[in-house]
Design a protein around this ligand. Structure first.
Ligand code: TMP
Length: 407
């Protein structure tokens, strides 16, 4: 069975199935188990535009709503990352306080939170009401809607052109990618920029981080696929930055066509991607084999360890939903999950129903092993645990290879 690429409408085929999957961020109470929603999680890639995407995606209204579980402010490192980017934009792109800045999907604050504190002219756009209200309470001018072409017309009428668009870990979530870029083109000032970052496909392949694939990540981008999308809307990528955030990301600096010089970094990355052959089925087949080996390795090792030891997952992440469901890891293998997000605590993980407790519970019940569910925040976690869990316990990671280690 095939589907049409969400961007270019070319026929694409799924090359791996991760099986029956619940909504990644739908942490639930026991009474909700019987009504839990499942779908088949299977990615595909478009041989025409190299866009890696989900075969099926549940309706976005099931994912982004008034009880959205993900609050970005749970990571101090990510807060610093967003503040650093907002500082560098002011320094490098001569933004004035009159210029309109819009962040698409700014969650509970984002970058506009910091720019707004400095009295820049900012708007945040986010469809999830609870996180949007949180940002509003911080003083950010919020539009609680999905960003699309229709909304871009409303913004144009009310506020005029946009000097700087921002988004971080947002584009990957929006199935109607054409409508977003049509909206950006509609609103972007002639010398405006769009700075956006998302998990990077080659990092996913190199780290075998198949857990980046879940309902919200309808796309995993590369420079090639983002450039193809830009081209259709008379935009182009003039610079990039490689980032360690979100498990390995690429930040794209986009302008209208022929407005900026293409940097050496873009030219080099284009070469790297060409050599990687992102259009070739063999690349995807190799990823599939790596995922299947990783699954077997993790399940076998956790099964063995759990016979005599207590294992806890550090972080109830959207990624752990894919890992635990794909690898059949239930509470026989993982005793509980600890997470600092209040809206996840005292609930159960989607699908596998592993209980989630707060940090105090973790401290009172230190396990022998911690599985790095929030592996993309490892450095922050190791720092926090250096005088606590790390003194006696061992860490487990599944990426890029299964490893047990002390810190
Ligand atoms: P993310 O991988 O989608 O960013 O989610 C990270 C999750 O990990 C989030 O639910 C908060 C949790 N977390 C902790 O519980 N403790 C920590 O020290 C950190 C950094 C994250």
């Amino acid at each position: 069975m095939s589907m049409k690429c969400r961007f270019c409408e070319n026929e694409t085929n799924k090359f791996i199935s991760f099986g029956k999957m619940p909504i990644a961020n739908a942490f639930l109470y026991e009474k909700q188990f019987k009504d839990e929603y499942f779908f088949e999680l299977a990615p595909t890639y478009c041989p025409n535009c190299s866009l890696f995407q989900l075969f099926y995606q549940p309706n976005p209204k099931l994912l982004f709503h008034e009880n959205y579980a993900f609050f970005a402010n749970t990571s101090n490192y990510m807060q610093k990352h967003f503040k650093d980017l907002s500082d560098s934009l002011i320094k490098n792109f001569n933004l004035t306080k009159q210029d309109l800045i819009i962040e698409i999907g700014n969650n509970d604050g984002g970058m506009v939170r910091y720019l707004n504190d400095l009295k820049y002219n900012c708007i945040g756009v986010d469809p999830s009401k609870n996180v949007s209200d949180y940002a509003k309470d911080l003083g950010v001018n919020m539009i609680n809607k999905f960003f699309n072409f229709e909304l871009s017309n409303e913004i144009l009428d009310k506020y005029g052109k946009v000097k700087c668009f921002l988004s971080a870990n947002t584009l990957a979530h929006i199935p109607d990618i054409n409508s977003v870029f049509k909206g950006v083109k509609n609103l972007l000032d002639d010398d405006g920029i769009y700075v956006t970052e998302d998990p990077y496909l080659i990092d996913v392949f190199n780290k075998v981080s198949y857990d980046q694939v879940y309902d919200e990540h309808v796309f995993i981008f590369s420079l090639t696929s983002i450039s193809n999308i830009c081209k259709k809307y008379d935009l182009e990528v003039f610079d990039i930055e490689k980032l360690n955030t979100a498990g390995g990301s690429l930040r794209y600096y986009i302008s209208k066509k022929n407005k900026k010089n293409k940097s050496e970094r873009v030219i080099k990355q284009e070469m790297i991607e060409k050599e990687y052959k992102l259009y070739d089925y063999k690349v995807y087949e190799a990823f599939k084999v790596n995922c299947e080996n990783s699954k077997k390795n993790l399940f076998d090792n956790l099964s063995k360890l759990s016979e005599n030891s207590k294992i806890v997952s550090y972080g109830a992440t959207s990624k752990t939903t894919t890992i635990f469901n794909y690898c059949n890891i239930n509470r026989d293998l993982i005793n509980f999950i600890t997470d600092t997000t209040p809206t996840k605590q005292n609930k159960f993980s989607p699908g596998m129903h592993i209980p989630i407790f707060d940090y105090e519970h973790f401290n009172k019940n230190l396990p022998d092993y911690c599985f790095l569910g929030a592996w993309n925040h490892s450095n922050e976690i190791f720092l926090k645990e250096s005088d606590n869990f790390s003194k006696k316990g061992k860490w487990i990671t599944h990426t890029p290879d299964f490893k047990i280690f002390s810190k």
